[in-house]
Structure formats: structure tokens, C-alpha cells
Design a protein around this ligand. Structure first.
Ligand code: BTN
Length: 316
């Protein structure tokens, strides 16, 4: 399928004969693949008699080799897939099959992208970035506390490096432009957090998401919407991984405590009146473990656990 996508990614018309010859397939096999692109990958196709087939808009596919080359110094296994249920799930499968080293999985498309609190993460083919970095850790030696907030800083800095200056963070790890979500982070852990464990850092960044994506149940934006033009997804993936590598190093050395004030200065809701679960308070920062500090009835309290939903109060 990847070769077929590579031929079609320019958004121009390609005849059935041309595609069949280029891929060494029969016309019937080409037709079948085109149907899969439309039905399973939800890729809008134009079919015009006498001209052939064209994507409704050009695609910018990931350049797996360039990504692997650029990250070769990190000792991460890099895998670039066409489609997968969830890159997080794929990393766990690879760990279960015995892979021992850090593993980065990127995919053009996810059929069951996972968001926080059981939500679905919409993952249309070739539009955004969907990637997961799996790490095998000794939880006794690597500070896991606040890790998801540290990842937020890495995503934030990658976006800023691309010129997206209006971005900020919302506790625990949403990346927003104003009130619109531009990226999401889902950390999943298996094993013993105080001993041998696997952590999968899943990151979804809206890069070139088309505006008509209506299935998304929260207010969103994308890098292309913020900056205009379309974003080179491979270049962004490389930059994101470099920032992630850098921030994971800082976190390993000094824990989240060493990044606490940097995180606080990027928090868009600092000083805002909020509701967390059933509690009303004023955001007063985060503590050295990444827990949210709220001023509740004049008393400072800390709240951990990103499964609670933080909302702005109407009067804020
Ligand atoms: C959120 O709800 O804010 C978290 C979204 C995380 C989405 C990413 S996309 C890559 C990785 N694979 C998944 O299934 N989810 C994460």
C-alpha cells in the first residue's frame, strides 16, 4: 500500500494502466487497493473516466529512512508503518515479543488511536503525527513522577521551533493554542513502577489536519492552521524526537523538579479559577512531582492523577 500511496501522494491524476505498470499489479488489484484506500483509510479519491485516479489533496508521507538516519545517535529502534490500531499498542506488542531496546513507532494512520480518559484520538491518514516511544526502565532509578508533564515541554518546544509561538500547556499534558488543542500525550505503563517496567509515551500532534474533520469532540487547531501552508511531517517528527530525547535526559538527571518552573511558566491556566473533579480553586502551579497546586478556600492543596478533568470555571 505504501508504494501506491507514494505514487498518488502528489494529488495528480494517475491512470489505472500507469499504476498497474509501476506496481507490477493487475488492474483488478489496483482497483481493490484504491477501494481499500477509500473505505479503510478514509482517503477521498477522485475517479475520472479517461484521466484515472487522484487524491483530493496531496499527501506528505513520512520519510522513514530520513527519520531513522536523523535519530541514529539515540539507540532507538525506529519503525514507520502505514496503518496500525494504535502506535502505543504496537510498542507494547513489540516489547511483549521480546524487543529489549527503546522503540519508536510512527504511523501514517491509526484505526483505534487512543486518547486520555478512554477517548478516541482521530488519526486520519497522512495528515498528522502519531508516534510512540517505548522505554524499558528501572523505575527505582528513573523518576517516573511528572514524566508526562516533561513530555509536554518537549512537544511545546518542538512546536515553538517550528514557529508556532502561541502554544502553551494545560495540566497535566494538553498542548493548546488559546483554547484549542494542538497536541495530546498519552503515557501508558506496564510492569512494576518501582522496578522493571515499560513506559510508552504516545504523542499525537495535529499538523495538516483538514478543516472538515467534524468527528472531533473538542476544539482543535493544527500547525498548518496556525502557520499557513502545509507542514513537512518528517521534519517535524525528527525535531520532536530530538526535543524528546533532550528533555528525557534532563528528566533522568534531575527529575521533574528540575523542570518545574519551566513548566509553570508555560502553563496557560496559571492563576485561573478552575474546577477539578468536584473541587473549585485557583491554579497556583505544580509541585515537584507534577501534581497540580490549587488554592482552595485559602489553603494550598496538591492534586495528582491526570484522570481528573480540569475545567475553567465560568467566572474565571
Ligand atoms: C489525549 O487524549 O490528549 C492524548 C492523545 C494521544 C494520542 C497519541 S497518537 C499516538 C499515540 N497512539 C495512540 O493510540 N495514542 C497516542
Amino acid at each position: 500500500m505504501r508504494e501506491m500511496l507514494r505514487l498518488l501522494q502528489d494529488g495528480r491524476f494517475h491512470s489505472g494502466e500507469e499504476l498497474a505498470a509501476a506496481l507490477g499489479l493487475s488492474r483488478a488489484a489496483i482497483w481493490k487497493r484504491l477501494t481499500i484506500l477509500e473505505r479503510d483509510y478514509q482517503l477521498p479519491l477522485q475517479r475520472v473516466r479517461g484521466r484515472g485516479y487522484a487524491l483530493s489533496a496531496p499527501l506528505h508521507l513520512l520519510d522513514g529512512e530520513a527519520i531513522e538516519r536523523s535519530l541514529s545517535g539515540f539507540d532507538w529502534g525506529v519503525v514507520c508503518l502505514d496503518s496500525v490500531d494504535s502506535t502505543n499498542a504496537e510498542v507494547f506488542r513489540r516489547f511483549a515479543s521480546g524487543i529489549g531496546r527503546a522503540c519508536l513507532v510512527l504511523s501514517e494512520h491509526q484505526t483505534a488511536g487512543r486518547g486520555r480518559r478512554g477517548r478516541v484520538w482521530q488519526s486520519p491518514l497522512g495528515e498528522n503525527l502519531y508516534c510512540s516511544l517505548g522505554l524499558r526502565l528501572d523505575g527505582a532509578a528513573f523518576p517516573l513522577e511528572g514524566l508526562s508533564l516533561t513530555v509536554g515541554l518537549a512537544v511545546l518546544e518542538a512546536l515553538r521551533a517550528f514557529g508556532c509561538m502561541g502554544v502553551g500547556l494545560k495540566w497535566p499534558n494538553d498542548v493548546l493554542v488559546g483554547a484549542r488543542k494542538i497536541a495530546g500525550i498519552l503515557l501508558e505503563l506496564s510492569g512494576d513502577p518501582a522496578g522493571d517496567c515499560s513506559v510508552v509515551i504516545g504523542i499525537g500532534v495535529n499538523l495538516n489536519m483538514r478543516h472538515e474533520r467534524e468527528a472531533i469532540d473538542q476544539s482543535w487547531t493544527s500547525v498548518s492552521r496556525e502557520l499557513g501552508g502545509s507542514i513537512d511531517r518528517s521534519a517535524f517528527a525528527i525535531s520532536l524526537c530530538e526535543h524528546l530525547h533532550h528533555y528525557l535526559g534532563l528528566h533522568r538527571e534531575g527529575g521533574f523538579a528540575s523542570l518545574q518552573s519551566e513548566w509553570e511558566s508555560a502553563h496557560l491556566w496559571h492563576g485561573k479559577a478552575v474546577r477539578l473533579g468536584g473541587v473549585d480553586g485557583i491554579v497556583a502551579g505544580v509541585d515537584s512531582s507534577g501534581a497540580l497546586r490549587l488554592l482552595v478556600d485559602g489553603v494550598l492543596r496538591s492534586y495528582s492523577g491526570g484522570e481528573l478533568s480540569l475545567r475553567l470555571r465560568d467566572d474565571s
